[in-house]
Design a protein. Structure first.
Length: 259
């Protein structure tokens, strides 16, 4: 009888310990995968060729979401800010004109920088950017013609779902208003984004600068890549051939072309 009572006590003790450990593990998993994960890394798929050849259609990338920090809701306090958005970073963000989509581009200028183009030449703060190693020009201009900037007719910046082209000065208007060729100045708490595939990219040249609160994070690696062909599920060999093994694990580098 004593043994049975002791065994029952031991069983109760063991059940209590197991239950407590189960709760601890469950809470830890919830924290890691439910709370912490959204602030750490997120996966994205590349749907267009605007960042070729840096990123290809079908690339799956990882984005570090905490690198630029995040704001405490209801405040202007930004925590865990390892570094500010920098020229040359490849980043994911919500564009000002399509607030239900994620875009990926390269930051070419940050707040206070001046930026303009002359043909295929990009100038930041009056210095020509050496970007030939990671950019390309294919076909005509995307959505607009001529050199940037499309200077704003007013001091106000775009609101959601408005195109920057609506605020563009004509070439003659620009020359009259800015006879010295004053370039576009990136406003405070904004960055200027461009695709590496310059002529096939809808970017800040068309819809304006990106506010830092719209930035989701910095892209740092291609973890998987699959070609555009869509073989049938039973065509295993074709599916394997469609995998771009040489791109798996490829790091996405910051390239500002100014150093």
């Amino acid at each position: 009888m004593t043994t049975d009572v002791q065994l029952t006590k031991w069983q109760k003790f063991r059940q209590t310990v197991v239950w407590e450990y189960t709760q601890v593990i469950a809470v830890a998993l919830i924290l890691v995968f439910g709370f912490i994960r959204p602030f750490v890394v997120e996966a994205f798929k590349i749907p267009s060729g605007s960042m070729e050849d840096t990123l290809l259609i079908g690339d799956r990338i990882l984005v570090c979401k905490f690198i630029y920090g995040f704001k405490i809701p209801g405040t202007d306090i930004r925590v865990f800010e390892f570094h500010k958005p920098a020229r040359g970073d490849v980043f994911v963000f919500i564009p000002p004109h399509e607030t239900d989509r994620n875009f990926i581009k390269r930051i070419v200028a940050v707040e206070g920088d001046t930026v303009h183009t002359e043909g295929r030449k990009l100038y930041v703060n009056g210095i020509e950017v050496n970007d030939s190693g990671y950019t390309k020009y294919v076909g005509g201009h995307y959505g607009r013609r001529g050199d940037f900037p499309p200077f704003s007719k007013t001091e106000d910046y775009m609101r959601d779902n408005q195109l920057y082209a609506d605020y563009t000065l004509t070439e003659n208007q620009f020359k009259r208003q800015f006879p010295d060729g004053k370039p576009f100045v990136v406003p405070e708490e904004h960055v200027f984004a461009m695709g590496d595939n310059r002529n096939q990219s809808s970017d800040s040249r068309t819809w304006g600068p990106v506010h830092i609160d719209r930035i989701k994070g910095q892209a740092f690696m291609v973890y998987w890549s699959f070609g555009q062909a869509k073989p049938k599920i039973w065509e295993v060999w074709k599916m394997i051939r469609n995998i771009r093994f040489n791109r798996i694990g490829k790091l996405i580098h910051t390239e500002d072309g100014l150093n």
